[in-house]
Ligand binder design. Structure first.
Ligand code: UPG
Length: 395
């Protein structure tokens, strides 16, 4: 298949580009490399050093003889997006990762919320218009998030829910309760995509992905020049990756509040497989479908305890769990049960979280420990109002 990956220089995008190319798909990446600039702007750095996109692509070609094409394009630039989507032969699939994906980034201040909104919402709409105008047969595979649903007190279905009301019934989009301006943009994207599938007969798969953890994939591991980014900072670092780095450095694990926040998770090795499955099994023309892309659910405290056990038992590292004041407005104790049957029924065999994976991430962190700036670990972006009840300091 000819596949366009928007945002192919990022954490999930780069690993997916390599994976699809390894499976002999003809891959083109578009990316404006802004994620690297955001690091610079906020004095952040990936734990693992990453090469330039040109070096990465050359190394992939040297090792495998497979070409990945790259064009530096901003998704908010409509005419450039149209040029790419209109090129012949047309793309079979467009995988859209090109978004600002951090909740804390979107909550820093008005300016960051607006930047997130423009990048994500305008970018998504540009892609939809360009597909409509020039390539309606290209299947859109869009990265959504499990964070669109929030934490309702009922099971979370895959995108839609059957509702009976006043003696009538319908299958309607599942109610959304996002927890940040970033998550809100994903809800808006889902509405836009659903609308354009209904109205223009585009076809799309909305992948509501859980929190991604891990580093290794078969392809990334082939060479240090193919290295993926691995974020540990309070803006872009996601919870399990952060805990593993903290354990390696002897830093107390930063559980926000009680730690009863339960979320859905996925190993990056499964992310790349899910992208492959979605591309190779396209939605029907006019169909908008939603897959919940995660494999397991954990509370934040459970994860901290798992990391603590591995670091103490396998590495003899003392590991403390610190319950720090939660900077986010979110429920810390709640019901959480999400359905994820669609991807499994198309063949996904989940890679479940193991002690080996946690140990490998602790080892990776130890290897690059001298690159860690400890000041980037404590949360600095707060969106829970100061006067709201804070959680007790339980250790
Ligand atoms: N949390 C902690 N301690 C930390 C970091 C986070 O307790 O040091 C908590 C946080 O309060 C939240 C949960 O962990 O309850 C998850 O936070 P995080 O790992 O930062 O993930 P999200 O903010 O949910 O966002 C990530 C990705 C986003 C994606 C989403 C999928 O950044 O792009 O959409 O996961 O659910």
């Amino acid at each position: 298949m000819k596949i366009l990956i928007a945002g192919g220089d990022g954490y999930c995008g780069w690993a997916s580009a390599l994976h699809l190319s390894a499976r002999n798909h003809d891959v083109t990446i578009i990316d404006n490399l802004i994620r690297r600039e955001w690091d610079f702007e906020h004095n952040l750095n990936s734990l693992v050093p990453i090469c330039t996109i040109d070096e990465r692509i050359q190394e992939w070609f040297r090792l495998t003889g497979k070409k990945i094409h790259f064009v530096n394009v901003d998704v908010t630039n409509y005419s450039e997006i149209c040029k790419i989507i209109n090129c012949e032969p047309k793309f079979d699939a467009l995988v859209h990762f090109a978004q600002q994906r951090s909740a804390p980034f979107s909550m820093i201040d008005h300016e960051h919320a607006i930047r997130t909104h423009i990048n994500n919402t305008v970018g998504n709409m540009n892609i939809l218009w360009a597909l409509h105008e020039y390539s309606p047969n290209t299947h859109l595979v869009k990265l959504g998030t499990m964070g669109e649903y929030g934490t309702p007190n009922i099971d979370v279905e895959e995108g839609f829910i059957n509702i009976e009301y006043n003696g009538r019934s319908d299958r309607l989009p599942y109610p959304k309760q996002p927890g940040s301006f970033y998550h809100l943009t994903k809800v808006s994207d889902s509405d836009q995509i659903n609308f354009t599938c209904r109205t223009w007969k585009l076809h799309a798969t909305d992948l509501n992905q859980g929190i991604v953890y891990g580093y290794s994939t078969a392809e990334v591991d082939l060479s240090p020049i193919l290295a993926n980014r691995f974020d540990y900072d309070h803006i872009f670092g996601t919870v399990l990756n952060r805990f593993c780095i903290q354990a390696a450095l002897g830093h107390p694990l930063t559980v926000y509040g009680i730690g009863g926040q339960t979320r859905s998770f996925i190993d990056i090795r499964d992310t790349v497989k899910c992208i492959e499955i979605a591309c190779e099994n396209p939605a029907k023309l006019g169909e908008y479908r939603v897959f919940n892309q995660f494999t397991e659910m954990f509370s934040v405290l459970q994860l901290a305890q798992l990391v603590q056990q591995v670091s103490e038992n396998q590495f003899n590292l003392k590991c403390k769990i610190a319950h720090i004041k939660n900077p986010r407005t979110e429920k810390e104790v709640h019901y959480y049960n999400c359905i994820n049957t669609n991807l499994c029924s198309l063949g996904l065999q989940p890679t479940l979280l193991s002690n080996e994976t946690i140990a490998s991430l602790i080892q990776l962190s130890t290897k690059y420990a001298d690159r860690v700036n400890l000041k980037l670990i404590p949360p600095q972006v707060q969106w829970k109002p100061d006067d709201e009840e804070t959680t007790p300091n339980i250790t």
